[in-house]
Design a protein around this ligand. Structure first.
Ligand code: ADP
Length: 313
């Protein structure tokens, strides 16, 4: 009897211990389930986040592709438009020159009436104006052609030894002849010649562009100054300074970009509308020659545009 009571107590004890273990196991399972649920919800969130990122990446890629396609179409358009515009301009220019030659070949009447000379003067003036406009249009079309060449890596340089000083002198002389009313000074100290390995026509184009801008954006009463100096015996620096409107630091940062025009700056002379391509082309030409471009400017006081080129050994 006593033995069966002991057995019963031992069984009860064992039962309690087992219940405690079951409880502990149940708690462990509950905790693990909670951890599992948390991990699964984190994973689900990660999957959702990854899907969102993939969607965003796909959208960004689609936008980039569309932009690239638009840019390629724009370059194709530039190339076709500039070629198509150049042909009639060449014809118009040829006809102006022909008309001028025919006028000079006209037989002189025995008695030159006043009205005859007057009319001849008017026709010559009209031809001059037409020629001026064709020159402006030609410059725009050349800029468009150059930009389309740059975009498709077709701006080829014809490099040879040349004298930078000669290029500067010739360009300044041509500009003086084209704008006789605007004073252009040229300062070159103690240098006889500056040999460079370059495409002389393209370097001349850069100087001419700086000059036309300086003349275009400054009053006729103020001189434009061109100077050439040697830096460290290894580089030459050409600068063109004007006393025009000047440019803020913010504007200077965008100047060399394609199609950028400073808002609010108007051309002083009758030089036609610009496309904001000249400085972009200048920068490309100079960088293709391993040179650098830059500008120093103060609003209200004027600007100095410069470029450097390595001196040839
Ligand atoms: P654009 O054909 O319009 O003159 P550029 O690329 O040569 O094109 O010049 C870009 C812009 O920079 C011009 O539209 C003008 O606003 C500004 N700019 C260029 N040169 C000067 C200057 N010497 N003084 C003031 N602004 C200038």
């Amino acid at each position: 009897m006593e033995g069966s009571v002991q057995t019963e107590q031992a069984l009860l004890k064992e039962l309690c211990r087992l219940r405690e273990r079951v409880n502990a196991l149940e708690q462990l399972v509950a905790r693990q389930q909670a951890t599992l649920a948390e991990t699964m919800s984190k994973q689900a969130a990660l999957v959702l986040e990854r899907e969102r990122l993939q969607r965003e990446q796909a959208e960004a890629q689609a936008k980039e592709f569309a932009l690239l396609e638009a840019s390629q179409r724009m370059d194709e358009f530039l190339s076709i438009a500039s070629h198509e515009l150049r042909t009639p301009l060449t014809t118009i220019n040829g006809n102006i020159q022909l008309a001028r030659r025919h006028l000079h070949l006209l037989p002189q009447p025995d008695v030159v009436q006043e009205s005859y000379s007057e009319n001849l003067g008017i026709v010559l003036e009209l031809l001059n104006r037409a020629e001026h406009q064709v020159r402006i249009q030609n410059r725009l079309v050349s800029d468009l052609l150059d930009v389309s060449r740059i975009q498709s890596n077709r701006l080829n340089l014809h490099l040879h030894y040349c004298d930078l000083l000669e290029i500067v002198r010739e360009t300044v002389a041509a500009q003086r002849a084209a704008t006789p009313l605007h004073l252009i000074t040229l300062t070159i100290t103690d240098i006889m010649t500056i040999p460079i390995m370059a495409d002389g026509d393209r370097v001349g184009q850069v100087i001419s562009n700086y000059l036309t801008n300086a003349l275009k954006y400054s009053p006729t009463s103020q001189p434009v100054e061109v100077s050439v100096v040697i830096i460290d015996g290894t580089r030459a620096r050409v600068s063109v300074s004007d006393k025009g409107a000047g440019l803020s630091v913010e504007e200077q940062a965008h100047l060399w970009q394609r199609f950028y025009r400073v808002p609010g700056i108007t051309a002083q002379s009758d030089s036609g509308v610009g496309l904001g391509l000249g400085l972009y082309i200048c920068r490309t030409i100079i960088e293709l020659h391993q040179g650098q471009v830059g500008v120093e400017s103060t609003p209200g006081q004027g600007s100095t545009f410069w470029f450097t080129l390595p001196i040839a050994p």
